[in-house]
Design a protein around this ligand. Structure first.
Ligand SMILES: C[S@@+](CC[C@H](N)C(=O)[O-])C[C@H]1O[C@@H](n2cnc3c(N)ncnc32)[C@H](O)[C@@H]1O
Length: 395
C-alpha cells in the first residue's frame, strides 16, 4: 500500500482551466477522479501480477522469442485479461464522461470559442482540407468521432473532449495543462540557445489543442509559430484556448501534413509531439519529406514519441507497449514503433550522421504535483509514462 499512497494522482480539480474549458459537475469530477485512480491502481497494483504470471510461465519452460508469442501466453492468463479489459474500460469511460460533459454545454462552449476566435487572424481554417482515411476509419483511442467530426456549426467538441479527458489517462503526469512534453522542449531549447540555436520560426505538426506548443509560445514570445492540424474542431478550440491563455504568437492553420502550404526552408524548428504514431505507412514518408523541404539550413526537426521497439527491448516489454495497437484503436502504433526511424528520416533527405536521439521526461510542476513528478521518474505503465524518445534531425 505504501507504493499506492506514494503514487496517488492529483485530483482532477487541479487541471488547468481557461475560458473554453468545459465546466464539470460534482459527479463528472468524481468519475474522472475514480478513473484516474483506477488507472494508477491498474498500473501499480495489478500490472505487477501480470508480470508474475508471465515469469511463472517462463519458469515452467515457456520461452517466447517475440511479442506475438508473449501474447499467446498472456492472453490465457486471467490476471492479464482482467488488467487489459479494465484498462480498455477506463479509456471508454473517460471518453464517455468527457463527451457527456461537453455535449450538455456545447452551445455555450461553441459560443465562447466563437467570440474568442471572431476577430482573430490566428485561426485559418480551410474546408477543402480532407480528413485522411486513416483518421476516419477508426475512432482513435476510443474517442467517438475522432478529432475531426463536426457535430454542429463552429464545433469545438472534439477539442473540449480531448482537453478535459487526457488528464485521466495520464493521471496528471503531463501537468496542469497537459503540457509536460512542451515544457521539456522549452528546457531543451534553452540549452540549445547556449550553443547559438535560437529558432525564430517554428512549425508544430499535428498540434491538436496546442497542449505542447503553447509552452514554447510562452517561453519565446518573439518567435513566430505555425501550428497545423487537419481537424477543424480541435483547431477552433486550440485558438480560443491559446487566446484565453494570453498567447498571440501562434497561428493555428488547417493543413494536411502530407502536403503543407508553405515555402521551402520556412522554419528553423519543426516539431511533432506524439503525432507520428497516429498517421499511416503511406502518410509517414510524405510527412517526413515535408519536414525536410520546409526546414531552413541550420534548422532542426524534433519528433517526440514513445520509445521504438528495438531488438534489445525484451519481448514482454514490446508486447505490453503494443497494447494500444490491439486494444486502444491505435492501428499504426505497433508499425510505427517497429520502424527504423533513423532510416525513415534519412530517406526523407537528412544525413544519417545529423540524426540523433535524446531521452525526454515530462517537466511537471513539482509543487502542485509532487506525486506526478515523482511517478514520471520512477514508474512504468508501458506507454503511459511520460518518458519519451526524441529523434532530432539537423539540416
Ligand atoms: C495525438 S494527436 C497529437 C498531439 C499533439 N501534438 C500534442 O502535443 O498535444 C494527433 C493529431 O494529429 C492530427 N493529424 C493526424 N494526421 C494528420 C495529418 N496528416 N495532417 C495534420 N494533422 C494530422 C490529428 O487531427 C490529431 O489532432
Amino acid at each position: 500500500m505504501a507504493n499506492a499512497a506514494r503514487q496517488a494522482p492529483p485530483a482532477w480539480n487541479a487541471v488547468g482551466r481557461h475560458d473554453v474549458f468545459p465546466k464539470a459537475s460534482h459527479d463528472e469530477i468524481a468519475r474522472f477522479n475514480f478513473l484516474t485512480n483506477l488507472n494508477i491502481h491498474l498500473a501499480s497494483q495489478v500490472l505487477p501480477g501480470v508480470r508474475k504470471a508471465y515469469d511463472k510461465r517462463v519458469d515452467e519452460g515457456a520461452s517466447p522469442s517475440n511479442r506475438r508469442e508473449v501474447g499467446e501466453l498472456l492472453k490465457r492468463e486471467s490476471v492479464y485479461q482482467f488488467w487489459s479489459s479494465l484498462r480498455r474500460n477506463t479509456m471508454e469511460m473517460r471518453q464517455q464522461n468527457s463527451r457527456a460533459m461537453v455535449f450538455r454545454q456545447l452551445p455555450e462552449l461553441v459560443d465562447k470559442a466563437k467570440k474568442l476566435n471572431e476577430d482573430s487572424t490566428s485561426l485559418q481554417l480551410n474546408a477543402a482540407v480532407e480528413t485522411p482515411r486513416y483518421m476516419s476509419a477508426v475512432d482513435i483511442h476510443c474517442m467517438p468521432g475522432g478529432y475531426h467530426t463536426e457535430y454542429c456549426k463552429d464545433d469545438i467538441a472534439a477539442g473540449a473532449n480531448y482537453d478535459s479527458g487526457i488528464f485521466v489517462t495520464t493521471a496528471g503526469m503531463l501537468g496542469r495543462y497537459s503540457d509536460g512534453g512542451g515544457q521539456a522542449l522549452v528546457e531543451w531549447l534553452k540549452q540549445q540557445a547556449e550553443n547559438g540555436f535560437c529558432p525564430r520560426r517554428i512549425l508544430d505538426i499535428g498540434c491538436t489543442v496546442g497542449h505542447n506548443i503553447v509552452p514554447l509560445a510562452q517561453a519565446f514570445p518573439d518567435t513566430e509559430i505555425l501550428a497545423i492540424d487537419v481537424s477543424a474542431p480541435v483547431l477552433r478550440y486550440a485558438n480560443a484556448r491559446a487566446s484565453s491563455l494570453g498567447i498571440s504568437n501562434i497561428t493555428f492553420r488547417q493543413e494536411n501534413a502530407e502536403s503543407i502550404n508553405a515555402e521551402d526552408g520556412s522554419f528553423d524548428l519543426i516539431i511533432t509531439c506524439m503525432f507520428l504514431h497516429e498517421t499511416s505507412s503511406r502518410a509517414l514518408p510524405r510527412i517526413l519529406g515535408e519536414t525536410h523541404r520546409l526546414l531552413a539550413d541550420g534548422g532542426k526537426v524534433v519528433h517526440i514519441e514513445q520509445p521504438q521497439f528495438t531488438p534489445d527491448m525484451p519481448p514482454y516489454e514490446q508486447f505490453m507497449r503494443d497494447w494500444d495497437t490491439r486494444n486502444n484503436n491505435e492501428p499504426f502504433w505497433g508499425t510505427l514503433h517497429d520502424l527504423d526511424l533513423f532510416e525513415a528520416i534519412e530517406h526523407a533527405g537528412f544525413a544519417r550522421e545529423r540524426i540523433s536521439t535524446l531521452g525526454l521526461f515530462a517537466v511537471v510542476d513539482e509543487e502542485l504535483f509532487p506525486s506526478a513528478a515523482k511517478a514520471a521518474s520512477d514508474s512504468e505503465d508501458f506507454g503511459r509514462k511520460p518518458a519519451w524518445h526524441a529523434y532530432i534531425a539537423s539540416k
